[in-house]
Ligand binder design. Structure first.
Ligand code: UDP
Ligand code: MG
Length: 313
């Protein structure tokens, strides 16, 4: 069986198109198909649509509806948790992940030792230039300094074996960053590329600011490189200070001590103060993550599933 996990946040308009397209593909593959929709606290009628979908196809549709918006990462976890298939795929509801790639992905995973077939966009066409620039910078930084490789342009859309899904489910951390998690669990992953597509309907839930915060999370959740950088810079400036001190003492002994040079002194004090505050912030970021992690809060809270409809009958 193939499970299709679909996180949905305000996707009422996209859902009909999504199901229509996936049904076309489902009819040509030999696997039976199970949909696992996760309603991530949508404010529109996504939940009603999901109830209706379940009533139309009770053998194939399941859903999990959250008590509020927990974010896509939590929705993915819940969907993977609920899935039962031997093969599991994760797809966005907006058809930016083309379902027509599925047969090819299934074929690839079944005829080789690959555990996961991922997808990546060929280009960033149609994306604001500034956003592309920062996205590229992010991938360069994490791949250079982090220990977990993240592929530029890789989407969350992927087909995985049950074994890999179970590995992902065993990572119960609260601060979830899927791109890192998929890569951290290992297994053989192969990527196929396709041309970027626009959403069929609705709007993206990402603003520039939210993407920026997301990228900081990506770095902090999967690497302690910023902490190493702080220690390194601290060490370097210590050495520089000692050298400067020796230089000044010797100069004062040889030439006396005229009180010039205060502007450079002020700049140095400001620079060091700023550096200390910056890295205090970096350390604070990690402490914040530790704080949330030690609370051991659940990753998501379920309010309703298709079983509730079953009971009503
Ligand atoms: N999504 C979600 N919870 C959120 C935000 C998004 O479940 O808080 C879902 C959304 O419904 C969609 C997928 O995650 O299926 C990707 O979201 P979106 O299309 O907004 O992101 P983009 O494709 O622009 O990266
Ligand atoms: Mg999208």
């Amino acid at each position: 069986m193939l499970s299709i996990v679909v996180p949905c946040f305000n996707e009422q308009e996209s859902l009909p198109y999504f199901v229509k397209e996936v049904e076309k593909v489902a009819s040509i593959i030999t696997h039976s198909v199970e949909y696992v929709f996760v309603n991530d606290g949508s404010q529109d009628d996504t939940l009603q649509s999901l109830r209706q979908l379940y009533k139309n196809m009770p053998d194939r549709v399941r859903y999990v509806s959250f008590s509020k918006n927990f974010g896509k990462e939590s929705a993915l976890y819940a969907g993977l948790h609920a899935s039962r298939g031997d093969l599991v795929t994760v797809m966005d509801a907006d058809l930016q992940d083309p379902p027509d790639l599925l047969p090819q992905m299934i074929e690839r995973i079944e005829t080789s030792d690959i555990d996961c077939v991922g997808t990546r966009r060929q280009d960033r066409e149609g994306e604001p230039v500034v956003r592309s620039f920062f996205a590229r910078l992010f991938y360069k930084l994490v791949n250079k300094f982090g220990d977990t490789e993240m592929i530029d342009g890789a989407r969350d859309f992927r087909l995985m074996t049950r074994q890999m899904v179970d590995a992902i489910l065993s990572m119960t951390e609260y601060n979830r960053f899927s791109k890192g998690i998929f890569s951290w669990v290992g297994f053989n992953t192969e990527y196929i590329s396709y041309e970027n597509r626009e959403r069929v309907a609705g709007t993206t839930s990402w603003s520039f600011w939210s993407l920026f915060k997301y990228s900081i999370d990506g770095i902090v959740n999967f690497s302690d490189a910023p902490l190493t950088l702080a220690a390194l810079l601290g060490g370097l400036s210590c050495i520089a200070a000692v050298i400067a001190l020796i230089f000044i003492v010797i100069r004062a002994l040889l030439f006396g001590d005229p009180t010039t040079g205060w502007p450079s002194l002020a700049s140095i004090v400001l620079f060091m103060g700023g550096l200390q505050l910056l890295f205090l912030g970096v350390i604070g970021k990690y402490i914040g993550k530790i704080f949330l992690e030690t609370k051991k809060r659940p990753i998501y809270i379920v309010k309703e599933t298709e079983k509730d409809i079953k009971k009503e009958r």
